[in-house]
Design a protein around this ligand. Sequence first.
Ligand code: ADP
Length: 372
Amino acid sequence: MANLFYFPVPITIDFYYLRPLYYILAMSVQTGAAKADTNNNAGKIVMGGIRPTGFLHLGNYFGAIRNYIKLQNEFECYFMIADLHSLTTHPDTKELKSNVQRVLAEHLASGLDPDKAAIYCQSHIKETNELYLILNMLAYKGELEKTVTFKEKVRLQPDNANAGLLTYPVLQTADILLHRASYVPVGKDQEQHLEMARTFANRFNYRYGDIFPEPGAFNFNQKLVKVPSLDGTGKMSKSENQMATLYLSDDDDSIRKKVKKAKTDSGAQEAGAGKSEFIENLFLLMSLVSKDEVIQKYEQDFNNGTIRYGDMKEQLGNDMVSFIAPIRQKTIDILENKKYLQEVMEKGAEKARKSAAATMELVRESMGLNYF
Ligand code: ADP
């Protein structure tokens, strides 16, 4: 029988005849639970990555790094600085060196332990390129063009709709599958990419043999996090809307100023009124860094209609400073020790290469690329 799962199906008439079935099968993979199945953790592997396109921010911390820190104690973990991914948006590569070093230092300052997890640079693992190429044959133009992040990037950079940008989710899948990872700690913005990674892994398994576990987005709190930007227009992000993003490197003054400018609405609402999106965002930010009793106080004030957003933002500014300042200081200290940073990165790459090489052996064997 023709293989229903893949384009192109060799006989045209078959293709049209079978297309509805193809869609049903493909959809069931696409819409299947995007989250990791955490019922059985034995032997599960964790993989995550962050692009060195600028300084890390609160979204990177609460979407990814906070989970990395917990996961490194329980699982075999691979955490990657995605320098190749960052090339898709054509950064000035002269800045890569300092950006990679800073992002590495920020990972360590946030609590990642190189004795527990492999922390490495994407371009140091050559096997990535081979798996990326193979997976590209299992990814279709139509589905890649529909990716929300691709459409958004093309909207922002209409002159740079390059093939790397289009196949970004394929490279991300290669990074994950290279370690046969099941859990991928990411923020909500990456949900669709993770669904695509599951689809590509399933396609490979179906065509060549069952060697990859299904990867799933992972968050300890179950729901994936989206840390909103302070101007209420989207998510905090490294390179866009910098005045509305809190960076792990921001000084105390900038943190307080940015929080003070956060969008709110006109003031105390009537008791029992629902929260507007701006106010939801403010409470969400508070839930990340403030003590329970502080959050409860402002929830109560909101419910009574007595809340003063100026006070709430002052409190939030102070709590943000308490959270960010120690990480900022630690990053500065770590950055002074380049030898240590280099050792961490080399040690991580060595471990990641071993895992990648073992996977590629399996991949080549299952595809029949070993000829003698
Ligand atoms: P950025 O969008 O800042 O360039 P990356 O694309 O490098 O970040 O993503 C690195 C990790 O940080 C991913 O796991 C992503 O889901 C997470 N992340 C980025 N921004 C946010 C955010 N505002 N809220 C939650 N998670 C985020």
